[in-house]
Design a protein around this ligand. Structure first.
Ligand code: GDP
Length: 441
């Protein structure tokens, strides 16, 4: 996700390499590159300009300060904070109070509405202990109703449908009554979309909204469509005044423009991001974590959360502590690999681990990618696994023999592990970065 934006931003920070402090000149150079990176990621020019003007002002404020932090790191911190801000600052929860709470799903055809409806039901059921009902209101496409039924079966959530009824308002109201009668506490209403915005669709969705008075209206949009996504989001909001945005297909080759521009342009927060066709691939949108991912620093929190399904705070804290003390060892690494295996969808997960996306950039990743690494670690003694710093030539030779890989391969892995460990450690020390340290100031 956002690979080329990340790369370009990294290039922008590199222009500060070797500088001892921020100056008007080096700030200007770096900021120009940042602006180019944003525009190339399909961020609207006006937003990119305003963004970099703020970054520039903040950097100039640091100009004469001799800081323990290097200029490049300082700039990363400034850009990070501004990215978080641009994407809305904090997490915005959905309103699921009410008996039942009603959530209306809107968007163009093909945006991923039906898939998201299923994912949301799965999320509410698994993570928030709700008992959802899905309601199929796409009266124009029987296939869409069937699709929702299939999804419902897959996740074990009932679907309310009326194949012969052409009136979405009626179906939605009856669906809600059905939920009340059967003890469901959340109703998710999937509506019809069209290939492009038209008056009839807008009127229909407004009518449904008016009739069912939802707690929450979510607008679903395909992130791959960049600026178009932003424009569609604006038109819909002008008409139906929704509460939040869902960005789908972030697992694809998305440049980032939509994620970065929607809050600014429409004034509504992104609430969820969808990253695949599997029901598990839905994330609550955290601006800070997204910023950290864009800046190529991974997203260890989301990673741990995913790994644990129900976030095990103890474990995450322990891991964070180890990283901070630079004590992340091979056992921790093995554990992470084991968890990734359990979750599938390796590619999107990889990017959450700091430093990992670079390590694996040119590899064709599949589930067997970690076989070699595991074999190497399994050939280590328990002591070596706990203390990566013990490694020396004779140990490496023994390990290579034990796992059946060459000493060069063992060396390469150890080097990459060391780099990753250092990067994680460095990140954990940066204010406001990584694993939830207070931002200060
Ligand atoms: P709807 O017409 O808005 O209901 O859209 P669908 O839910 O039918 O999705 C359209 C297509 O996009 C389907 O082939 C989905 O499998 C696919 N899709 C939906 N969400 C995602 C996502 O987050 N990532 C990817 N890669 N595909 C998705």
């Amino acid at each position: 996700m956002f690979d080329s934006l990340s790369e370009r931003l990294e290039g922008a920070f590199k222009t500060l390499k070797g500088e001892s402090k921020l100056t008007e000149l080096n700030i200007a150079q770096s900021v120009k590159e940042i602006r180019r990176a944003l525009v190339a990621a399909d961020v609207n020019y006006k937003i990119a300009k305003e963004f970099t003007d703020t970054v520039k002002d903040k950097a100039l404020g640091q100009e004469n300060v001799l800081n323990a932090v290097k200029p490049g790191q300082l700039m990363v911190k400034i850009v990070n904070d501004e990215l978080v801000d641009l994407m809305g600052g904090t997490v915005t929860d959905i309103d699921i109070k009410g008996k039942p709470a009603v959530i209306l799903i809107a968007g163009l055809q093909g945006s991923g509405k039906t898939t998201f409806s299923g994912k949301l039901a799965y999320h509410l059921k698994g993570n928030r202990r709700k008992s959802p009902l899905l309601v199929a209101c796409d009266v124009y496409r029987p296939a869409a109703i069937n699709q929702l039924s299939v999804i419902g079966e897959q996740i074990n959530v009932p679907v309310y449908k009326e194949m012969d009824n052409q009136n979405p308002v009626e179906i939605a109201l009856k669906g809600i009554a059905h939920a009340q009668a059967h003890g469901h506490d959340v109703v998710i209403v999937d509506t019809a979309g069209r290939l492009s915005i038209d008056e009839k669709m807008m009127e229909e969705i407004s009518n449904v909204k008016e009739a069912i008075q939802p707690n929450e209206t979510l607008f679903v949009v395909d992130a791959m469509t960049g600026q178009d996504a932003v424009n569609t989001a604006k038109s819909f909001n002008d008409r139906i005044n929704y509460d939040g945005v869902v960005l789908t297909k972030l697992d694809g080759d998305t440049r980032g423009g939509a994620a970065l521009s929607i809050k600014y342009t429409v004034g509504k927060p992104i609430k969820f991001v969808s990253m695949g066709e599997k029901m598990e691939t839905l994330d609550v949108f955290h601006p800070d974590r997204m910023a950290s991912r864009i800046l190529g620093m991974g997203d260890i929190i989301s990673f741990v959360e995913k790994a644990e399904m129900q976030f095990d705070e103890e474990k995450a804290k322990k891991l964070e502590k180890k990283i901070r003390k630079n004590k992340f060892d091979f056992n921790d690494f093995l554990e992470q690999i084991g968890q990734i295996r359990k979750m599938g969808d390796l590619k999107s997960l990889i990017n959450m681990i700091p430093g990992m996306s670079k390590m694996t950039k040119n590899l064709d990743i599949d589930d067997s990618a970690f076989n070699k690494v595991e074999a190497i670690i399994f050939s280590m003694t328990p002591q070596e696994r706990n203390h990566p710093e013990l490694m020396n030539l004779s140990r490496k030779k023994r390990i290579a023999k034990g796992c059946g890989h060459s000493i060069e391969e063992v060396n390469l892995f150890l080097k990459q592990f060391d780099q990753m460990r250092k990067m994680m450690h460095k990140m954990s020390k940066m204010p406001g970065m990584g694993t939830g340290a207070p931002t200060g100031g």
